[in-house]
Design a protein around this ligand. Structure first.
Ligand SMILES: Nc1ccn([C@@H]2O[C@H](COP(=O)(O)O)[C@@H](O)[C@H]2O)c(=O)n1
Length: 293
């Protein structure tokens, strides 16, 4: 069994519907070695931590919401939005089709509030510094291992690109093999927020429809083995733009469990990690594929 070769799969946090299938995919990734591999990952609550010492960590949006960059009144409005729409994003009883327009509503309203605050670009780094955002334990081996082995890492995020880049920069892991597609802020000539660039990315449109072109995935077209990391069912379409997929291993972090989530995640993801604040399993698999030293 693959747990013998990847001992991290024996962790209590690991759940698999079909361990035999996982073993086969991991064996295929191993055969393809690092030359065939690319990693596609969500950011908030996947590469970043969901909880620390029992307290929730912020998403890239929450970092701005909770900062001195917005007024108290605006913070209140943004928190109200979160309290209204986050339960809808998670609701296991609603279909993705039902959730889609609600997410557009959430992101659009939040962007409107943020733009009214005329946030200065220059102060984003300080807001990140003062926040409690953290990357998952083991992030340094993950990022360094991928970079030193020239494995491309595509971060596909419905968060705020400027904020997540800053988190990576401050952690020293915004490395040359990392490409980010996300919601980027647009600033005026004075460096004040005036809008968001490009197509709005939310939880349920993380697919090729929001990629301006397929250049990135075309450039990686020899890399037909994919490691996909996510935390919502919306993250499952992140590899849609990859022209040829020979093998894909989907790892899902189940952070904030609702009734019915375990079954749905086990159907959708090959490996489901519950209550796991680390990248241990991901790093263990990369180690076996000879991507880590
Ligand atoms: N105004 C908002 C909108 C969304 N969120 C949360 O951020 C997550 C960002 O998406 P990732 O693709 O990076 O996971 C999303 O799942 C929402 O829960 C927010 O906090 N505030």
């Amino acid at each position: 069994m693959s747990s013998f070769l990847v001992p991290e799969l024996l962790k209590e946090s690991v759940h698999m519907k079909n361990p035999g299938h996982v073993k086969e995919i991991i064996a295929s990734l191993h055969r393809g070695r690092k030359e065939k591999l690319q990693v596609i990952s969500d950011f908030d609550m996947t590469l970043s931590r969901f909880k620390c010492n029992g307290r929730r960590c912020p998403t890239s949006y929450n970092i701005i919401d909770n900062s001195h960059l917005v007024s108290d009144a605006c913070r209140h409005q943004l928190h109200e939005l979160f309290n209204t729409y986050y339960p809808l994003e998670k609701d296991p009883k609603r279909t993705i089709e039902e959730k889609f327009p609600l997410m557009v509503e959430w992101w659009t309203k939040a962007h409107d509030y943020l733009v009214q605050q005329k946030i200065p670009k220059q102060q984003i780094a300080q807001a990140v510094k003062e926040s409690s955002a953290m990357l998952r334990d083991g992030y340094d081996s993950f990022f360094d291992g991928l970079c030193s082995n020239k494995i491309p890492l595509f971060i596909f995020s419905a968060g705020i690109g400027d904020v997540l880049e800053e988190i990576l920069r401050q952690a020293g892991v915004f490395l040359p093999n990392v490409t980010v597609v996300s919601n980027y802020m647009d600033f005026d000539e004075k460096g004040l927020l005036m809008g968001f660039k490009g197509e709005l990315i939310h939880t349920f449109n993380k697919n090729s429809s929001v990629l301006a072109d397929m250049k990135y995935f075309k450039q990686q077209s020899d890399r037909t083995n994919i490691l996909l990391l996510g935390d919502t069912l919306g993250d499952l379409t992140m590899a849609d733009g990859v022209p040829t997929v020979d093998n894909i291993l989907k790892i899902g972090f189940l952070n904030d469990k609702e009734e019915g989530d375990t079954e749905a995640y086990l159907e959708a993801y090959d490996i489901v990690l519950e209550d796991d604040d680390t990248l241990d399993v991901v790093n263990g698999i990369l180690h076996f594929v000879n991507v880590m030293n």
